[in-house]
Design a protein around this ligand. Structure first.
Ligand SMILES: Cc1cc2nc3c(=O)[nH]c(=O)nc-3n(C[C@H](O)[C@H](O)[C@H](O)COP(=O)(O)OP(=O)(O)OC[C@H]3O[C@@H](n4cnc5c(N)ncnc54)[C@H](O)[C@@H]3O)c2cc1C
Length: 342
């Protein structure tokens, strides 16, 4: 019998696992894939994320998880009218597989049991506990007083627990060898509706020039991607020698109201599973913060489920407000995002 089973070893799950374990709770952190697992991501740690790493993990981000250029100088947004907005803010540029694996190792150092290649198939609540069915080498069950579901965007488990139809944005990005007339230390986001159905972006990781578009309608990926490439060729002298990789991923369809689903019964949701994600897809900080507060709420009120929910909601209200402020800000610079407020 575990005190808490955490599903998913992303930044959300590892933060929750670390906090619970160091407070003496018996924790199982189950991850579907072999660690370090791959996650499509721009890997931008904004200063807020770096501060959360210091606060929750009492460590600085190690050099080996970073890519070149390691230091990010900020973000440059181009709005739907083609006007540029520069946001100077020091951040870091990391490979997610290494960064997330490092966070999971920190949770393990505090006593969390990490079980990789282990998929949670279903959760059932009975007798003041939750039984989780897992698929590893075979199918078996484990029991815990609580589950924190941090399975990320796809939410297979959540969809089984709660009947709902999630809305997704599909991201498509390519890794290229080539050249471009832009400063590699910035993350560039383009909000023009002719280039994507959400945003398009450019950044550099090691030797790769990364170009991506986000769409609501998956059949339009090719169209928007070509539009974006043409735009970057014309405006920024993009030159691609060779495309080495292309990948699709999902992102929750972030809505202006920032509605959060905190969970059901003894199964709490955190990170992207709960809906914690900032517009423009910055989700590591929101994941870590929500994982931390879900864990803290369980620690504070282990024997009182209602108080766990009250505390989790109260302590994450500042985060929800931060997300809303970010929304207002993006809507303030771009009409296409402003329309989404309606
Ligand atoms: C293209 C792209 C670029 C992005 N760029 C950035 C960025 O630069 N900066 C930023 O802050 N955010 C970025 N994000 C968002 C960020 O990646 C996510 O918000 C963040 O990873 C969410 O963390 P999480 O821990 O909630 O989920 P995840 O990191 O997705 O972790 C969930 C984990 O759960 C595991 N899992 C799933 N189902 C099960 C199951 N049934 N059983 C066991 N394990 C399971 C998964 O394998 C995964 O390891 C980007 C997203 C995309 C798609």
């Amino acid at each position: 019998m575990y005190d808490v089973i955490i599903i998913g070893a992303g930044p959300t799950g590892s933060t929750a696992a670390k906090i619970l374990s160091e407070n003496g709770y018996k924790v199982l952190l189950a991850e579907k894939f072999k660690m370090p697992r791959y996650k499509s991501c721009s890997g931008q740690l904004i200063s807020k994320t770096i501060n959360l790493v210091h606060t929750y993990f009492e460590e600085t981000v190690p050099d080996y998880v970073m890519c070149t250029p390691a230091e990010s100088k900020g973000m440059i947004f181009t709005n739907d009218k083609g006007k540029e907005f520069r946001f100077e803010q020091k951040g870091l540029n990391v490979w997610r597989s290494s960064f997330d694996n490092w966070l999971a190792e920190k949770a393990a150092e505090k006593g969390a049991e990490i079980r990789e290649c282990t998929s949670a198939l279903s959760c059932e609540e009975n007798d003041n506990a939750v039984t989780v069915t897992f698929k590893g080498k075979n199918i078996y069950t484990e029991k815990a007083k609580y589950v924190i579901d941090c399975e990320g965007v796809v939410g297979t488990l959540k969809r089984k627990i709660k009947k709902y139809t999630p809305q997704y944005i599909t991201t498509f990005q390519t890794f290229n060898k080539g050249n471009i007339n832009l400063d590699y230390h910035y993350f560039y986001a383009y909000l023009q509706p002719e280039l994507s159905e959400y945003d398009a972006w450019f950044n550099v990781k090691d030797d790769f020039i990364i170009l991506g578009v986000a769409v609501k309608d998956i059949s339009k990926i090719k169209y928007f991607y070509n539009q974006f490439i043409n735009y970057m060729q014309e405006k920024h002298h993009l030159w691609i020698d060779e495309q080495l990789k292309a990948e699709k991923w999902l992102m929750p369809y972030i809505q202006p109201g920032c509605v959060i689903d905190y969970g059901i019964g003894r199964i709490l949701f955190a990170g992207e599973t709960a809906g914690f994600l900032n517009p423009m897809g910055e989700g590591i900080s929101a994941g870590m913060e929500s994982g931390y507060y879900a864990a803290k709420a369980i620690i504070q009120h282990f024997d009182n489920l209602n108080l766990i929910y009250d505390t989790y909601k109260n302590t994450t209200s500042a985060l929800q407000n931060y997300m809303k402020r970010q929304w207002n800000f993006v809507a303030g610079i771009s009409d296409s995002f402003k329309k989404m407020k309606l």
